[in-house]
Ligand binder design. Structure first.
Ligand code: DC
Length: 233
């Protein structure tokens, strides 16, 4: 652990699903004493709300979507026992539920809706007002904080990502076939890169991190070096 640097910057981490973005982002935020925000969890929480309320997002007008968003409060609270930040939807801890199959199957469709993206981006920008932030997602370096001092674009071989996700789900007791995981991942990759609104693209000034054959420590050190260079400029 070390003390917070004297200069506060924004570290934007974008990339494909199951690349290990949140693991890396959390570790960096902890080391730097910065705030960490998982923007995927925000889209997942909105998706859970829509599923709970049985709202057919495909058929609903943007105005009705906006009215529903007014009813949603998303918060992150640190769980001292588990030593991790957890997502709350309208006061309820939904950390487990938003990672389940129902939300995972629908989140890429829900996160394409313009009104939802605009609302989430506004919330994300507010969270970064004072800098000192590590944020991960798909559009952080391109749309949310195009001025971020450090931008990382993460990628890895799809089969390797699917294997990591499969192993993670297995340890959580969720039995899905490897093929089903790979299929879900490919579908999300397609939606993320092809949607009209803020698609996943590499920012011109982003550094590319292909972690297909890197462990977590190697990735952490590689990015930390780039951050430290920026802090010393
Ligand atoms: O990072 P994740 O897998 O938890 O993200 C869940 C979904 O949310 C994913 O399908 C893409 C979408 N997402 C997005 O569109 N923009 C972001 N900034 C973060 C996530």
């Amino acid at each position: 652990m070390r003390t917070r640097p004297s200069k506060d910057i924004i570290v934007a981490i974008d990339g494909f699903s199951s690349c290990g973005k949140s693991t890396l982002a959390k570790a960096l935020a902890k080391y730097l004493g910065y705030t960490y925000i998982d923007t995927g969890a925000m889209y997942r929480a909105v998706t859970l709300f829509f599923l709970q309320q049985k709202i057919k997002w495909q058929d609903v007008a943007e105005k009705a979507i906006a009215d529903q968003l007014d009813k949603i409060v998303i918060e992150f609270k640190y769980n001292e026992e588990k030593k991790k930040s957890e997502t709350y939807l309208n006061g309820e801890n939904v950390e487990e539920e938003i990672r389940g199959k129902a939300v995972s199957d629908s989140v890429s469709e829900v996160s394409q809706i313009k009104t939802i993206r605009q609302r989430m981006v506004a919330l994300q920008r507010r969270a970064g007002q004072n800098k000192g932030l590590v944020m991960d997602g798909r559009d952080i370096g391109t749309k949310v904080f195009p001025e971020a001092e450090v931008k990382v674009y993460m990628t890895a071989d799809p089969e390797i990502r699917a294997q990591r996700r499969y192993d993670e789900l297995k340890t959580k007791g969720q039995e899905l076939s490897f093929e089903a995981v790979l299929q879900n991942l490919s579908k999300r990759d397609w939606h993320d890169t092809h949607r009209e609104e803020n698609p996943l693209i590499q920012a011109e000034d982003a550094i590319v991190l292909d972690n297909s054959s890197m462990n977590q420590k190697e990735q952490f050190e590689w990015v930390l070096e780039k951050i430290q260079k920026k802090l010393n400029q």
